[in-house]
Design a protein around this ligand. Structure first.
Ligand code: ADP
Ligand code: MG
Length: 410
């Protein structure tokens, strides 16, 4: 049992491991801000349970000049000596000094100690286009071309672009490969980033930020964090996404929906090859591909986006509608994948050649948005299954049948 009050410092990089461990032990981590704000409400301190709650006091580091006495008071209000207090290691100096009378001991947590010993620095390793050897690159490009239907000109350009990028990146002349893709809905703009991720063999999640959610004045702080707060939570979405992915590809969707502040932020990112948080944390994006997508028209592109930023993009492309032959490829691929999933779920197996029937049933010329085409495929499939004699020994109205069916067409 603790008889002296101690403060534990944690490095940002170690925090994720620390949090996971504590969560398994049944703890939640609370920011001190809430207690500071409600300092005169004794009930919240009485309700505080040191066996399941940890207090993160990083937030105190930023408010010193104004509220020192309150900071000391708030710590004192946690009566139990076993209460665990933690703080961001970057505030160590200020907190050690200012809270020298509140805590009898200051130390680092075990993960932080391990990191410091290994002198390990920031972020998981991302697999990047610049890491591939020539053979791997050839396979990568081939795979990419096969998985993204149509847009042949784009795929040619992209191939050249990547080859150039790898050379100049090696020379230290070109840090990030940026693509700006415009065009109508459902023709595969976002799919470019998803496909890149898959071709790299990503095992986690594509780093995706949707700027549709970023039109307000607070957008920059949601994206890159705000200066106050606590260790993990003031990170900013882009940092979380990049940290959580294993591949050096970032998707910025619906780019035009954001505002000038974010445009300028990205101008910096492309210029300097790194993202910098509000707390001056950095993640190096050297070798990354960033795909920006937008429904903007060509005219609005020049009106809305500054010439500096426009000239920063390595590729600006307008995605046109897909040709019917590409849409048929899409139908074939979707149907085969649905049939595979169906055959896993159900006893009665469907023949893969069924895709020919679908192509004959669906007039692809009527669809320009692949999302709509996909819906049509699902509809035709469900109709087929409900009529079909191949599947007639299942009771087609039972809940379990429908559940399995829905799973197949997902
Ligand atoms: N060119 C394409 N190649 C492969 N799949 C595509 C293509 N275009 C669209 N799709 C499919 O349609 C869906 C919608 O495409 P998406 O890339 O999200 O459209 P948008 O252009 O609006 O970003 C994707 O999930 C994908 O399955
Ligand atoms: Mg999209």
């Amino acid at each position: 049992m603790n008889t002296k009050r101690e403060l534990i410092f944690i490095e940002r990089d170690a925090f994720y491991e620390y949090k996971r461990l504590k969560k398994n032990e049944g703890y939640t981590i609370e920011s001190v801000g809430y207690y500071l704000f409600n300092i005169s409400d004794d009930t919240i301190f009485k309700e505080f349970d040191y066996t399941t709650q940890i207090v993160d006091i990083s937030g105190l580091a930023s408010g010193y000049k104004e509220v020192q006495l309150i900071d000391e008071q708030v710590i004192g209000k946690f009566h139990d000596y076993e209460t665990i207090f933690i703080a961001d290691k970057r505030h160590e100096e200020i907190l050690r000094y200012e809270l020298r009378y509140c805590f009898e001991d200051f130390k680092n947590d075990d993960f932080t100690i391990a990191k410091l010993e290994r002198k390990e620095h920031i972020v998981t390793k991302h697999k990047k286009i610049t890491d591939l050897d020539e053979n791997e690159l050839a396979t990568f490009i081939q795979d990419f071309r096969k998985r993204l239907y149509g847009h042949e000109k784009f795929k040619d350009d992209f191939t050249k672009l990547v080859k150039n990028f790898r050379v100049f990146n090696k020379l230290g002349e070109h840090k990030i490969l940026s693509l700006f893709l415009m065009g109508e809905s459902g023709v595969g703009k976002t799919e470019v980033a998803r496909t890149l991720y898959e071709c790299f063999g990503g095992q986690k999640k594509l780093a995706k930020v949707n700027f549709g959610n970023y039109s307000s004045e607070f957008s920059l702080s949601s994206l890159i964090g705000s200066a106050r707060g606590y260790i993990g939570s003031d990170d900013g979405e882009i940092f979380i996404r990049v940290r959580d992915t294993d591949i050096g590809v970032i998707l910025i969707d619906e780019f035009e929906k954001s505002n000038i502040t974010l445009f300028n932020y990205f101008l910096d990112v492309l210029e300097n090859g790194k993202i910098v948080s509000s707390l001056a944390d950095e993640i190096d994006l050297n070798g990354f591909i960033i795909v920006f997508t937008s429904n903007i028209s060509k005219e609005n592109f020049t009106n809305k986006i500054s010439p500096e930023l426009r000239s920063r993009f390595d590729y600006k492309g307008l995605f046109t509608l897909l040709y019917n032959k590409d849409k048929r490829k899409f139908v074939e691929f979707r149907v085969k994948s649905i049939i595979n999933k169906f055959n896993i779920e159900f006893e009665n197996k469907l023949d893969e050649n069924l895709y020919k029937y679908f192509i004959s049933e669906i007039n692809v010329a009527k669809y320009n948005n692949m999302r709509d085409l996909n819906k049509k495929i699902k509809r035709v499939f469900v109709e087929y299954v409900s009529r079909s004699h191949d599947v007639d020994n299942e009771n087609k109205n039972t809940f379990s049948f429908l559940k399995k069916l829905v799973k197949s067409i997902k």
